[in-house]
Each structure stands twice: as C-alpha cells, then as structure tokens.
Design a protein around this ligand. Structure first.
Ligand code: ZN
Length: 244
C-alpha cells in the first residue's frame, strides 16, 4: 500500500478503491453508497451498492490462460429487476401520459423515479422543454430532498429515436442511476406509445445490455468533484470533457 499520497490521490483512491479479491478469505462487504474496483483472478470488476440494489460488472477480461493470483468474483445485477418490475411500470402508468402531452407539442420531457426508503415512486422537477432539450429550473435530481435516493432518470425524445446522445452522456456522467430514454412517439388505438432504451450509469461508466459501453467521458469525475471541496476548481481543470 502506498502511504505517501497527495490529497488528490488519497481522495481519489478512497472514493474508488481497488481491492485485491482474496482467494481463501472473505471479501469485505460493499456497503450502501460505496463503489469499488475488484481485481479478480480473471479480470477487473466494478461493484456498486445503492440503497435499492447492487451491481457487479466485469470491465476487463484478463487475456492470460494462467489466472491472476486473486479470488473469483461473480457478476450481479439487481438493477435489471428494479428496471423491469419497478421503474417501467411507473413509466408506463404515470410518465407516458405526461411525456405524450409534451410530444404532442413537439417537445422533450423528463422525470425521475426515486427510492423513498420503502418504495419506488415517481418524482418530477420543474423544467422548460424544447424540441431538443429539457432545462431544469433547479438542479434536476442533483439535490433531492433528504431521504430520497435517485433510481432512474427518464427523458423523452418525442418523435426522435430513443438513443443516448452526446448531451445525454454529459448529463449521465456521474452518480449511480438507471437512465431511460423514450422515443418514436406515436398514437396507436388512441393510446400513446413510445419505444425505449435503458442503460445503467455508475459514476461515468455506462452499461447497456451485457457489456460496458466505451466510456466517452472521464470516469468518477462527478464523484471527485463532489468530494474534493476547495479543490473543485483544480479538479475541473484536470477533468476536461472529451469530445466524441
Ligand atoms: Zn436525450
């Protein structure tokens, strides 16, 4: 272990530590609110734990035939159940009628699903919408009231296709959430219909389907900015956004 670290490195390593997975001992539990890397026998994993579920995803597959001298890790995905059983019923029941009203006016729409400690519930923040953007009057879901934790960030591209744009990548760069985008709006049998796409966002990593997307932005940037206090301005310089 390196003990002589600058504050920058010490904060960074405490926020996103890398653990060597033991072979014959128990791996310490990932506590709620923690995100960490796990160096395992067959590669590198990312693990995160929120109040509403945990996720373990492989980031890098070790190309060697001989395993690295660490223990094994299994991928885990609580988010998929939350997405299908909790988030999407709220989207289709409560949010699609709202998004359709905006789609009828040729505008985007956005809302959230939050965990209130005992249940998943819809949450809205005031915004101004245009054909290509949603601008929150406050800070969106960045400053939720005490006791609420962000689960899903849903927005609509109305008649546009449901895909994650460069702007979506920038706004999803940070925190842990499920992002859902609605699109291809149409009316069928007098009912509003959208297609949708979802991905998991973990502090700058995006996971869609079974694999990690190439991260186009700096990982852990937002987490560092939230925790560095007086060094924020310096941190901003160190973490410029990269263009695609
Ligand atoms: Zn979008």
């Amino acid at each position: 272990m390196i003990t002589d670290l600058t504050k920058w490195d010490a904060v960074k390593q405490s926020l996103c530590p890398t653990l060597m997975v033991p072979q014959k001992s128990e791996l310490p539990e990932c506590k709620s609110g923690q995100t960490r890397f796990l160096m395992a026998a067959d590669g590198l994993y990312l693990e995160t734990r929120t109040e509403w579920g945990g996720l373990v995803r492989k980031l890098w597959d070790c190309p060697r035939l001989i395993p690295l001298p660490y223990g094994k890790v299994e991928e885990k995905d609580d988010f998929i159940v939350v997405l299908h059983d909790k988030v999407m019923p709220i989207v289709s029941g409560v949010m699609i009628p709202e998004a359709a009203k905006y789609a009828e006016q040729g505008k985007e729409w956005a809302g959230f699903v939050v965990w209130n400690g005992s249940d998943f519930v819809p949450w809205t923040e005031e915004f101004n919408a245009t054909a290509s953007a949603v601008d929150f009057l406050s800070q969106g879901a960045a400053n939720l009231p005490e006791g609420l934790s962000l689960v899903a960030d849903i927005h609509s591209h109305w008649k546009g296709s449901p895909f994650f744009s460069k702007d979506d990548n920038a706004s999803d760069n940070g925190r842990i959430k499920i992002a859902v985008v609605l699109g291809n709006y149409r009316v069928k049998d007098n009912k509003p219909v959208f297609d949708w796409k979802a991905r998991y966002c973990v502090e700058g990593f995006f996971f869609s389907g079974a694999t990690a997307e190439d991260s186009l932005i700096e990982i852990f940037r937002d987490l560092l900015l939230r925790n560095l206090g007086e060094e924020v301005s310096r941190a901003k310089e160190d973490f410029p956004f990269r263009e695609v």
